[in-house]
Design a protein around this ligand. Structure first.
Ligand SMILES: C[S@@+](CC[C@H](N)C(=O)[O-])C[C@H]1O[C@@H](n2cnc3c(N)ncnc32)[C@H](O)[C@@H]1O
Length: 208
């Protein structure tokens, strides 16, 4: 692996070890301009594309469907969904620098800066689907944030989220899904780094 690859992987590891929102703001402010090239081009992280394909296989893309991308970052997931034919996509993220890159992709309807672990005012009151990749990770967004997001999903709507195994276990997601009355449609542990461990829960759940 080249030095560039090592640097990209080191930055990914550092992001997965942050302590909370203040550090998230600092880290992603510095990383925003080369996040896409590190994460997707160099490291080949596949979780974002996987969430897009899971939504595609459970919901027909059309202009009416409203989607919230939680922790949208630079907008890679929104861009994939827009290419697939989804048109009403809002994004929320704590980092203004990441949101600025997302804005440049032209895939989002509204973009909002907010800490998802605190009470927030979403761009609209409800969504057909909430999607998220790379956000339910150590030091990022926790079970409380997940619960707030689940309450924004319309009846019969979907949560399509990648959740790191460490967060899943620590925040007792099995119990949380039951408490939130979410019906699991598909769920499996998968690797998101080439050759890496299967340590991310890929969840599709319906608000039933
Ligand atoms: C690993 S990136 C994933 C970005 C994007 N979803 C993707 O698939 O590339 C994690 C994102 O979560 C955001 N984030 C971290 N903590 C957050 C919080 N408490 N509230 C909202 N966003 C947060 C970061 O700013 C960053 O953009």
């Amino acid at each position: 692996m080249s030095g560039g690859d090592e640097d990209a992987l080191a930055r990914i590891r550092r992001a997965r070890a942050i302590s909370g929102p203040a550090e998230a703001r600092r880290l992603y402010a510095r990383w925003a301009s080369h996040y896409d090239s590190d994460v997707f081009d160099t490291a080949g992280v596949s979780g974002t594309a996987r969430i897009a394909s899971l939504l595609n296989s459970h919901m027909r893309p059309d202009g009416q469907v409203s989607i919230l991308d939680a922790g949208c970052g630079t907008g890679a997931l929104g861009a994939l969904l827009h290419d697939a034919g989804f048109r009403h996509i809002d994004g929320i993220d704590i980092s203004p620098e990441m949101l600025e890159i997302a804005r440049g992709k032209g895939a989002y309807h509204a973009l909002l800066e907010a800490d998802l672990n605190l009470p927030f005012f979403p761009p609209q009151p409800g969504y057909d689907a909430v999607v998220s990749a790379g956000t339910f990770v150590h030091g990022h967004v926790d079970a409380q944030g997940f619960a707030s997001l689940a309450r924004l999903v319309a009846w019969d709507g979907l949560m399509v989220c990648a959740i790191a195994d460490s967060v899943w276990v620590q925040d007792r997601f099995d119990r949380l899904l039951w408490e939130l009355e979410l019906e699991t449609l598909s769920h499996g542990l998968e690797a998101v780094l080439p050759g890496g461990a299967a340590d991310v829960h890929m969840l599709v759940a319906k608000r039933a």
